[in-house]
Design a protein around this ligand. Structure first.
Ligand code: DGY
Length: 320
């Protein structure tokens, strides 16, 4: 089996594939592959290890029907037309679970950075504005005892809630389609309606998947239902929030702050007004970007490819 990886992949997964005698060709250029280049490459390989943000649409799938597997190096699979892949019998796999802690840590980092205006203060130092002696200037807020609202309490949301409970004794409320009994038992999390989540959260952290239902969900009407002191965190997918509405909500004091690991669109342009706001922290989609986590993800993707090679059930196949 010949595998094409759209980026250089972490060593643990690569070694696993090579030890099994499989050939892995990696795209080593700094620039990403265009859609046409991706098709041209995939036509020469049996398996695709998708480690880039290329979109896999029906047109791609129709021209690469021979693929035995598309193994994603991500938990999110919104960039793939899974329904079309199912129809064409091309299995798609993802990497759930192993990146939950690292991604939750990113959300936690953003929350604390916004609360203490960390990115803003860092920029002040770069501008030579180290005026420590002003007791009322540029103050942040405490998180101790505040209410954390989680929209989408799955694996990542659960770890975020755990971090917030043990670090700051935060009270956890959440909104999900179903109940998360483990989080209720372990963290005292309380399931509330979406409206209650908006009205009661001091920090509202988004951990849901991008679906047609969640696309553009955080818009001006929704921000208006949040507290003026609230912090909005998105470490899931940028398209879940309307960025123009978020900018307006922050400028007009409808909400207090925002921490984003994902933006809408990506990449965020350097002249985006969010980057100049004291109560905003933005990171360039680094949720799972640690050595340990990326290695674990590569091993998971490799195991899925090996299963496709051996004709055994795929451990992490996504079906819808
Ligand atoms: C994921 O794993 O879904 C990350 O957000 C990278 O896309």
């Amino acid at each position: 089996m010949k595998i094409f990886a759209t980026r250089v992949i972490p060593p643990d997964g690569l070694e696993l594939l090579q030890r099994a005698g499989l050939t892995v060709t990696q795209w080593t250029e700094k620039r990403g592959l265009s859609a046409t280049e991706l098709i041209t490459h995939c036509q020469q390989y049996d398996a695709l290890l998708l480690a880039s943000d290329n979109h896999i649409d029906r047109a791609f799938l129709e021209q690469c029907r021979h693929l035995k597997i598309i193994a994603l190096l991500s938990v999110g699979y919104d960039k793939v037309d899974v329904a079309a892949a199912n129809e064409l019998r091309i299995p798609v796999t993802n990497t759930p679970g192993v990146l939950s802690a690292a991604t939750a840590d990113t959300a936690f980092l953003l929350m604390l950075s916004v609360a203490r205006k960390a990115f803003f203060h860092y920029k002040r130092i770069l501008r030579g504005e180290w005026n420590f002696s002003e007791p009322t200037a540029n103050l942040g807020i405490d998180l101790e005892g505040k209410t954390l609202g989680i929209w989408g309490l799955g694996n990542i949301g659960h770890v975020m809630a755990k971090r917030c409970v043990s670090a700051f004794g935060m009270k956890v409320i959440y909104h999900n389609r179903g109940r998360n009994e483990a989080a209720e038992k372990e963290l005292g999390a309380v399931r509330v309606s979406f409206e209650e989540l908006l009205a009661q959260s001091d920090v509202l952290s988004v951990h849901t998947a991008l679906t047609p239902e969640t696309t553009g969900m955080f818009n001006k009407d929704v921000f208006r239902q949040m507290k003026p002191s609230a912090i909005f965190i998105n470490a899931a997918r940028g398209a879940i929030h309307n960025e123009t509405d978020l900018i307006a909500a922050l400028q007009q004091g409808i909400i207090w702050g925002a921490g984003l690991d994902v933006t809408n669109p990506e990449p965020m342009q350097p002249d985006n007004p969010l980057l100049d706001m004291p109560t905003v922290a933005v990171l360039p989609h680094i949720g799972s970007a640690t050595v340990e986590t990326r290695n674990a993800m590569s091993v998971m993707a490799a195991k899925n490819i090996l299963a496709a090679y051996e004709g055994t059930p795929l451990p992490n196949q996504v079906t819808s």
